[in-house]
Design a binder for this molecule. Structure first.
Ligand code: PMP
Length: 355
């Protein structure tokens, strides 16, 4: 007979991260990492921080990092929260800013962590279907009776809501918290950060994992009215007040200060994305316009699962989601030009030569 705690444990349905395989060296286009290394200034800062001070706890307020982000976005430090990757911040936001007496609204298809957090914190989810073209239906988020989270650009669809769309969702929900998850905003989108002064109900969440090549360091941040930031801090301090360690903090500060490297890196990823999107369309793929560091592609004749397996056999890893509506699509992160050329060549073999 199963005991109540085994049933409780089994009732938790966790997020399943993308593969990080160790069996051989792959061209890894499956978890939206940046193909370029972090700024050299980051490595230098990490070396500087890797000394005797590691015996000391880090600053629980992450003052240096908070102030660096505040300066970067021209906001007061009280409008900035830093966390151990944006996943952690999103978890805190679900706990601190959404009420269990009300549902939380998000698009259906979206980042699969949202239903996990909702269920963990006992929130009902209202999943708002995307349009046939995978767009977020803005008006379906007007005057809702609960919290809202919008990923922009959306994952895994790569599609983007223009700033005016975000503004109108905020205007139609003055009494609801609206979280905008901007993990991929630096690849061509316009951030909602500039709306923070007008909307005290807006929390913008970003990460250093993608555009700043620091997925391995685990640093994200949130920007918003100090009352929202206060809520996040209260949750953080109820779990672990030292979320950002000394090395992560030093590396993150250095990354944020190297604007030239950052801009160049984003430009490279965007240029590769546009070049590869064009080549895939020539091969007959449907490729929605992407504002992220990945493409969400479908072939009219070749099932995505088959392409996923055959690419894997050729040493190229992409993401396949076995879920309704998107089970014939692949999500492909933008790698270096050489990696993407190998990817297109492999797809050409699988779709044209063998057809
Ligand atoms: N939001 C979205 C939409 C994402 O795709 C990801 C990355 N998987 C994250 C947040 C979390 O990124 P991180 O925790 O590395 O900051």
């Amino acid at each position: 007979m199963s005991r109540y705690w085994s049933e409780l444990a089994a009732s938790l349905v966790p997020y399943v991260p993308g593969e990080q395989p160790k069996d051989k060296k792959y061209i890894k286009l499956n978890t939206n990492e940046n193909p370029y290394p972090p700024s050299p200034a980051v490595l230098e800062a990490l070396r500087g921080a890797a000394g005797g001070d590691l015996r000391l706890y880090p600053d629980p307020s992450s003052t240096a990092l908070t102030e660096t982000i505040a300066e970067y976005y021209r906001l007061p430090p009280a409008s900035v929260f830093v966390g151990n990757g944006s996943d952690e911040i999103l978890a805190f936001a679900f706990a601190a800013l959404f009420r269990t007496s009300e549902p939380v609204y998000y698009p259906d298809i979206t980042y699969s962590f949202y239903p996990v957090y909702a269920s963990l914190y006992g929130l009902e989810s209202v999943k708002v279907p995307l349009t046939d073209d995978f767009d977020v239906p803005i008006e379906s988020f007007y005057n809702v009776d609960g919290g809202i989270i919008i990923p922009n650009p959306n994952a895994p669809t790569s599609k983007y809501v223009a700033l005016e769309g975000i503004r109108s969702i905020l205007e139609h929900n003055p009494d609801r918290v609206v979280v905008v998850d901007e993990a991929y905003i630096d690849f061509g989108g316009e951030s909602a950060v500039k709306l923070i002064h007008d909307f005290p109900n807006l929390l913008v969440v970003q990460t250093l994992s993608k555009s700043r090549s620091l997925a391995g360091l685990r640093v994200g941040f949130a920007l918003g009215h100090p009352d929202l930031i206060d809520g996040l801090n209260r949750v953080k301090n109820s779990f672990n007040s030292y979320t950002i360690d000394r090395l992560a903090s030093a590396g993150a500060v250095a990354a944020l200060k190297d604007e030239i490297y950052f801009q160049q890196c984003c430009r490279n990823v965007i240029a590769t994305r546009e070049r590869i999107a064009g080549q895939l369309r020539e091969l007959g793929f449907d490729v929605p316009e992407s504002k992220a560091n990945f493409l969400f592609i479908a072939h009219p004749d070749k099932p995505a699962e088959e392409l996923f397996r055959k690419l894997r056999d050729k040493g190229i890893l992409v993401r396949y989601f076995n879920k309704p509506r998107i089970d014939n699509r692949l999500r492909v992160s933008i790698g270096t030009d050489e990696e993407m050329d190998a990817f297109v060549a492999a797809l050409r073999e699988l779709t044209v030569a063998a057809a």
